[in-house]
Design a protein around this ligand. Structure first.
Ligand SMILES: Cc1cc2nc3c(=O)[nH]c(=O)nc-3n(C[C@H](O)[C@H](O)[C@H](O)COP(=O)(O)O)c2cc1C
Length: 168
């Protein structure tokens, strides 16, 4: 299995919780699950596959810890690396910026690595999202505020697809 690390930015704990559930589904050790505030160029270099998670705050903005972390990613050598993204948002209260931050991270890294794990957007209720391209979210979108009953099935389907990529 490719060496895989999860990095999450979380203000109230939702994205951290989802990161743990994704790690459990993929069999990733908790020592490889990090807050985005722990990011360093060395840590990025340690992993073949990076799973990056963020919630969206403000009006479609990054979670706080991702501002510095994304600057580090902009400086990092991502050649040969695979990135998968997940995001937590609230599609009822913020339908016009649902999970936007996932799209912001995507745009900062997608030219320099292989991004995997897009998800069809038709299973979600929202008006607009920077994280949607050609009818697909660039990663796994989670709405724990309104659709927590769907989170387990969404994580299961997504991680099942990722397992194939991690095993290669
Ligand atoms: C002030 C505020 C602004 C928010 N802005 C957005 C937003 O623009 N888009 C979105 O999808 N969710 C938005 N959310 C919802 C959060 O992203 C959501 O509650 C998320 O699960 C929080 O995850 P965290 O605890 O890991 O930070 C906002 C929530 C608050 C309280």
């Amino acid at each position: 299995m490719k060496k895989t690390g999860i990095f999450y930015g979380s203000t109230t704990g939702t994205t951290e919780d989802v990161a743990g559930r994704i790690a459990a589904a993929l069999g990733i050790d908790s020592s490889d699950v990090h807050s985005a505030s722990e990011l360093s160029l060395t840590l990025i270099g340690d992993y073949d596959v990076l799973i990056l998670g963020t919630s969206t705050w403000g009006d479609g903005e990054l979670q706080d810890e991702w501002y510095d972390a994304l600057d580090m990613f902009r400086d990092a050598d991502l050649s040969g690396k695979t990135v998968a993204l997940f995001g937590c948002g609230d599609s009822c209260s913020y339908p016009d910026t649902f999970c936007d931050a996932m799209g912001i991270i995507h745009d900062a890294v997608c030219d320099r690595c292989t991004v995997v794990g897009s998800v069809p957007a038709d299973g979600y209720s929202y008006s607009s999202s920077k994280a949607v391209r050609d009818g697909r979210f660039v990663g796994l979108a989670i709405d724990e505020m309104n659709e927590s009953d769907r989170t387990d099935e969404r994580i299961a389907a997504w991680t099942e697809e990722l397992k194939t990529i991690l095993a290669e």
